[in-house]
Ligand binder design. Structure first.
Ligand code: PBG
Length: 321
């Protein structure tokens, strides 16, 4: 035997010298859930260790994360039922707590990269990402107007990146144009390019209380069986001016991450979603898996598949270690 691959595994020094993939704090984006009541802090039952936070608590959380080296945050609002309506009016009301809070967060931590979510579901009485007509259809082009108002209102708060997660056709170009017309050409777009109609979003919908009131999201989110369709979505997003292409979920879609990485030169983001986090926590609670070891391995796999950026609920824990 003149070839013995084990020689390159014989010590930690050699293993780390030749390690091909590295996950670092700067790769990670930490999703956060914002409550209206400033002092509130409520754990998400299906996501142990993840809390919905009021503004005061969130400012402390962000401060801690920045000290640990986590610099980017994707902030989602938890909207009370009484504020929801068919057209997601609160999503572009500058007095609404989410927009007010974003402004304060950005002012307090200008060095933090703040990402917002553009989709109707947290504010919609139908619980859908788009406008729903009387027959239960999701109206694409009518939704774009609402998303544009939402994106503009978010841009006004000084945030860095918007994340359209709605999967309406044409929204990246529509939002890009709207931002540019209003002098927000510096605001980036992290497009949810290949967002699948996935059962892995369950715990997130618990956290936001945003599950669809009827029907499902299959007429706008992608079929988990499809891979080539991700190329169609990615072509459109590139043409329409996206700055990042995202694949979501991550773990069950590593092939899609790799496909986009090989075919596009924009940075690839992957969303390691709520259900992926919850299942690791559940197994760890039973003593069946080592949570930290598994989460590290998952992040490494997502990075190895080609993600440049990973949105993960594990970000703070990762940085702590
Ligand atoms: C909504 C949105 C969802 C997630 C991010 N933005 C849920 C959905 O589409 O129903 C899921 C994130 C997660 O599961 O962690 N536009």
């Amino acid at each position: 035997m003149n070839i013995r691959p084990r020689r390159n595994r014989k010590s930690e020094t050699i293993r780390s010298m030749i390690r091909e993939t590295q996950v670092s704090n700067s790769d990670l984006i930490y999703p956060l859930f914002l409550l209206e009541s400033p002092q509130a802090s409520i754990e998400v039952a299906s996501m142990p260790g993840i809390y919905r936070l009021g503004l005061n608590k969130m400012l402390l959380e962000i401060e801690q994360c920045l000290k640990l080296g986590i610099m980017s945050f994707d902030i989602f609002p938890v909207v009370e039922e009484k504020h929801k309506d068919k057209t997601a009016t609160k999503s572009y009301d500058p007095k609404f707590f989410y927009l007010q809070a974003l402004k304060k967060i950005k002012k307090e931590f200008p060095e933090a990269c703040i990402i917002t979510d553009v989709a109707m579901d947290p504010y919609s009485s139908d619980g859908h990402d788009g406008l729903v007509d009387e027959n239960g259809n999701i109206l694409n082009d009518e939704t774009l107007d609402i998303l544009a108002k939402m994106a503009l209102a978010q841009a006004e708060t000084g945030i860095d990146i918007i994340g359209p997660s709605d999967m309406m056709d044409g929204r990246v170009g529509y939002l890009r144009e709207e931002l540019d017309i209003h002098d927000f050409s510096d605001v980036s777009i992290m497009s949810y390019t290949a967002k699948y109609a996935s059962a892995f979003y369950g715990p997130f919908r618990d956290a936001l209380d945003s599950a669809p009131k009827s029907g499902d999201k299959k007429t706008y989110q992608m079929d988990p069986a499809n891979k080539r369709e991700a190329l169609i979505e990615a072509d459109l997003d590139v043409e329409e001016g996206a700055d990042f292409l995202m694949v979501k979920p991550a773990l069950a879609y590593l092939d899609v991450i790799q496909l986009l990485k090989e075919n596009y030169d924009l940075p690839i983001a992957a969303y390691n979603v709520s259900g992926e986090y919850a299942m690791v926590c559940a197994a760890a609670e039973k003593g069946w898996l080592d949570k930290d070891a598994i989460m590290n391995e998952i992040l490494l796999s997502i990075k190895r598949a080609g993600a440049d950026v990973i949105l993960t609920y594990y970000a703070k824990d990762f940085a702590r270690r």
